[in-house]
Design a protein around this ligand. Sequence first.
Ligand code: SIN
Length: 282
Amino acid sequence: MAYQTLDLRPLAGAMGAEVNGVDLTANLSNQTFDEIHQAFLDHKAIFFHDQDLSPRQQIAFGRRFGPLCIYPFVEGLPEAPETFEIVKAEDDVRNFGGAWHSDMSFTEKPPLGTMLYALEMPDAGGDTLFANTAAAYAALSDGMKQLLDGLIGVYSAALARGGGRAANFKSHTSMAARNMDKVEMGAEHPIVRTHPETGEKALFLGKGHTVRFKDMSVAESLPLIDYLADHCVRPEFTCRFNWRVGSLALWDNRCTLHFAVDDYPGQRRRVRRLTIEGDRPF
Ligand code: SIN
């Protein structure tokens, strides 16, 4: 589409665009919001710099896309429980989100999108990588597409292959974990989902959360899950976002994966996250 009010700069060939010239604290006109929404669909992840957003202002912007949903495993901010902070402090030994994933794919209705706002950043590093899983699906052979047609994935929050969610949180000492007795929560979704707004087909899986295919054993499933997960994140399907304090990212969880790079030992990084309710994948 031809954008009338937005100045967009694509970040990479596959996906991602920076949006310039918008103040997200302003009362956005319907035209500007519609263009932001279209840019979100066109580029799958959009990025704004130099924003000064309180939790309530971030929530107000998030709600323009739909109702918000709550992340079950971290305490929300007392003044804005729809949001929580992802913190890696100087002495934390690992970060949050440091594996390719789509947020909350283990829920019945995974969020349509995630919005992250940068509060503190290391001097260098702490970037987030994104992968376009619709482009990854399109690049598969017809034979593989036929094989995947109708295949259902079983998704779990337990992070069994990643050392276990509760153990992971012990090293996020700066984050207040909750519901650690519910880490076995899970859901079943098609491995190839259809985007409800664009109609595009996209792979929907990751090594952390997709534990097996329905009606198959873990051992039978993992080789293909791993092949597809590695295929999704081939460099030509990705972009990389370099944060500044005041940057805001919004990505489409229905057709992307993301990965928070943990390359800033001894430094602090803090971002504020919210998620926007999605549909049951089909
Ligand atoms: C996340 O997976 O939500 C965290 C991404 C990041 O901190 O860059």
